[in-house]
Design a protein around this ligand. Structure first.
Ligand code: NDP
Length: 340
């Protein structure tokens, strides 16, 4: 990686320098000076204030065909961000507006007006629009209500529970009437956070014992819903604990994102027959019709304390890559963001 000294006034951007094999390394990225075009009619110039780093970005660093186009080697990467409009040639925006848009991984972005949306930073902090009031919150809501078809009284298990989606999913499951909400996470501190701060009924760390054993202990009667953020042995354990008519919403499989060989599948899929269980993957992008409904309910839940705004922030644009790698390692509790 080449680093540009952060003293220059010229705005900078993170580019993909090479496609990572396995875990990404610093050499796969370049911190470079942006070459910004003149502002055209209908565009705004935005100085980013807070950037999102998300697990799906790892997929876009690979060439493999996926739901989102791969990042282009040699070009700046993209991702959600909130920034302030510095200059506007678009009717709907004025300097000083805060906007949510998709040109993160850079300090300054030139954006077509249609690609940006004003957000109210008086109503909630800018970073909330990247997390619980944004894509990750909606992912949790759509996964639970539409894919897992959560019913009142369900026993719900959530992996990656101390992360952005998982933490929101646990709190939303509770408020929607789950009888028991169980979470797994990667450290004793995160387990305590799930119980003490987020109101999970039970939680365990997946690092010190087999997931199947830990899950059976906290849910001896089994589970009705599994919200999967992790895949691997978590998925196999959930299938093993599924009750009659159980539903599994496959949101993510972060345990395999850096694999160089395909991971073996769950060995107990046949259990879906006897339980009449259902397993369904989903993408939040197919459920934006729920965004208005979710925003209204989430605002109420935030106001009455059923939903909290936990996040981990890393300061400094030059640390964006470290924040992303930290996210993959599990350094974050709640949404991982970068403050510029
Ligand atoms: P998180 O905030 O949950 O951050 C990722 C977390 O994953 C880490 O904090 C770490 O926590 C955990 N993790 C990393 N490696 C492993 C592993 N090998 N086994 C178990 N846990 C691991 O990220 P998000 O909330 O943004 O995303 C969560 C999941 O949801 C991801 O799989 C993501 O791809 C998916 N997603 C899917 C969407 C969709 O539309 N389907 C939309 C958004 C996200 P820990 O310390 O507990 O290990």
């Amino acid at each position: 990686m080449t680093s540009t000294a952060p003293t220059t006034a010229a705005p900078r951007e993170w580019r993909l320098a090479a496609r990572p094999t396995g875990w990404p390394t610093r050499e796969d990225f370049e911190l470079a000076t942006s070459l910004l075009p003149e502002l055209a009619e209908g565009q705004i110039r935005v100085r980013n204030e807070v950037l999102s780093v998300d697990p799906y970005m790892r997929g876009r660093m690979s060439a493999a065909k996926s739901y989102a186009a791969p990042y282009v080697v040699g070009e700046a990467m993209t991702g959600a961000a909130v920034g302030v409009v510095e200059q506007s040639r678009a009717e709907r925006f004025k300097p000083g507006d805060h906007v949510l848009h998709g040109l993160g991984w850079r300090e300054v972005a030139i954006i077509d007006a249609a690609e940006a949306r004003v957000v109210d930073v008086e109503a909630a902090p800018a970073s909330a629009y990247l997390g619980v009031l944004g894509m990750t919150g909606l992912t949790a809501y759509a996964g639970l209500t539409r894919i897992a078809r959560l019913h009142e009284g369900d026993v719900v298990f959530i992996s990656g529970a101390a992360g952005a989606v998982g933490g929101a999913a646990g709190q939303i499951a509770k408020v929607l009437g789950a009888s028991l909400v169980i979470g797994s996470a990667g450290s004793p501190e995160k387990v305590r956070h799930l119980i003490d701060d987020l109101g999970f009924d039970a939680a365990f760390s997946y690092r010190n014992r087999p997931v199947a054993e830990a899950l059976r202990e906290v849910a001896p009667e089994g589970i009705d819903v599994y919200f999967d953020n992790v895949g691997g042995d978590h998925l196999e354990a959930a299938i093993g604990s599924l009750r009659l008519g159980g539903r599994i919403a496959v949101c993510g499989m972060i345990s395999v994102y850096n694999n160089t060989e395909p991971a073996p599948g769950p060995r107990n899929l046949a259990r879906l027959i006897q339980t009449r269980g259902r397993i369904e993957g989903f993408l939040v992008g197919d459920h934006y019709d729920l965004a208005g409904e979710y925003a209204a309910r989430a605002a109420g839940w935030l106001a009455d304390g059923s939903l909290s705004l936990r996040e981990t922030s890393v300061d400094g644009f030059e640390n964006t890559l470290e924040a992303f790698l930290g996210l993959l390692r599990g350094d974050n509790t709640g949404k991982m963001v970068v403050r510029l």
